[in-house]
Design a protein around this ligand. Structure first.
Ligand code: PLP
Length: 396
């Protein structure tokens, strides 16, 4: 029998704050009532602030990030369109697979798992595509499998440098609302997220922001779609309604979560994620372990993917933490299975929770056979969080 609090340090779903949970604990509601828009119209507007778009429109779909990927593709592209994508982790790989399954011609660039989007190679291919055959460029902003954040603004610059007209798709599932993301400034055309990460809600909503340029592309797109048709959503959303039964309780949760984000301030939320992530990373380095991310400029502020030492099975670290310490860490995905585990550090999080994550990871690593100095990671993170470099005991 497990006792005490369950600790969730996976990179989504994240911890749901009490006020968000309470906001969802309500009776069922008439989603066609005359006052339903009082809830939903504000959500569409406020989500624009999270995406940092003034000119884009936001769609909320029952589903998840994967559904929002599909909605983005099927509403704006045409069968057989050539698209440029890079694969550098499990989620960028899954996005490639979806694009292929939907009948796009995908030009895939494979780079190391631990690298980010290959901007120079994108620029080369876009520059060579003088007839604008590439219709869209895809970027996984934060690759949740490897803990790598990519430079979306640089991809926009690469498109502009080549005077290229392709749409820019961005997967922001584990970044939007936690890591700086700027839809308008970076010229992003389709930005995708879900409710269960930075937005601190349960899974169940795919969230998609669409630029004016993407909305124009949608008018002539001939890919097959039904449930995810933008036109149907737009027509109903204008009055605050949906062309299907919306998850009303989740929408109330989202209202409470957005209120939290705006009460703290979006810039402050992003700065908090950066501060907490740095403490986690310093702790990991104090163990003498490496991150999968190849360079500090690629370090993600929402998830750290940690390579276990040779001979230490990361699955065992995760098993010990879960079975013996009631704590979930993220597993190594795809080719990282057994070689890495992940600490998710996003959403409703503070210093104490980060220290708990490090402390339990240390114990699980040691129990799984890793030779790491127990306590070192926690102490290093404490130094970072307090700004006090040396903590000498005061002797009486
Ligand atoms: N993209 C990224 C970067 C993710 O981290 C995830 C889920 O973890 C997805 C896409 C898929 O999103 P969902 O599980 O909400 O469908």
């Amino acid at each position: 029998m497990k006792t005490g609090q369950t600790h969730l340090f996976i990179p989504g779903p994240t911890n749901v704050p009490d006020d968000v949970r309470r906001a969802m604990n309500i009776g069922q509601q008439d989603m066609r009532a005359s006052d339903f828009g009082d809830l939903t119209i504000g959500l569409f507007e406020d989500l624009k602030q999270v995406f940092r778009t003034r000119t884009g429109e936001v769609f909320l779909l029952p589903g998840s990030g994967t559904g929002a990927w599909e909605a983005a593709i099927t509403n704006t592209l045409n069968p057989g369109d050539k698209v440029l994508m890079a694969r550098y982790g499990q989620f960028s790989d899954l996005w490639v697979q979806m694009a292929q399954r939907l009948g796009l011609e995908v030009e895939v660039i494979d780079v190391a798992w631990g690298a980010g989007v290959p901007v120079a190679e994108f620029e080369r291919r876009l520059g060579a595509d003088t007839r604008d055959e590439i219709k869209a460029v895809f970027v996984t902003h934060n690759e949740t499998a490897t803990g790598v954040v990519s430079d979306v603004a640089a991809v926009r610059r690469a498109l502009d440098a080549s005077f290229h007209d392709a749409l820019l798709f961005v997967d922001g599932v584990s970044s939007i609302g936690s890591i700086d993301f700027r839809m308008d400034d970076w010229g992003v055309d389709l930005a995708v997220t879900g409710s269960q990460k930075g937005l601190m809600c349960p899974a169940g909503l795919g969230i998609l922001a669409v630029s004016a340029k993407a909305a124009v592309a949608a008018k002539t797109s001939t890919m097959r779609r039904a449930f995810f048709e933008f036109e149907d959503m737009r027509a109903m959303n204008a009055g605050g309604y949906f062309p299907y039964t919306p998850p009303t309780m989740l929408l109330h949760g989202l209202r409470a979560a957005l209120d939290r984000i705006f009460a703290e301030g979006l810039d402050e939320v992003i700065a908090r994620h950066a501060r907490l992530a740095e403490g986690i990373r310093r702790g990991i380095h104090a163990w003498g372990l490496d991150l999968v991310a190849e360079h500090p400029s690629l370090y993600s502020n929402t998830v750290s993917t940690i390579r276990t030492p040779d001979g230490v099975d990361a699955r065992e670290v995760i098993r010990i933490a879960y079975d013996e310490m009631n704590t979930s860490f993220g597993s190594g995905l795809g080719r990282l299975a057994g070689k890495a585990f992940r600490i998710g550090h996003l959403g409703d999080l503070n210093e104490g929770m980060c220290l708990t994550a490090l402390s339990i990871a240390e114990m699980a690593l040691v129990r799984a056979g890793a030779q790491i100095p127990m306590g070192a990671g926690v102490a290093e993170a404490q130094r970072h969080f307090t700004g006090v470099a040396t903590a000498q005991p005061r002797l009486r």
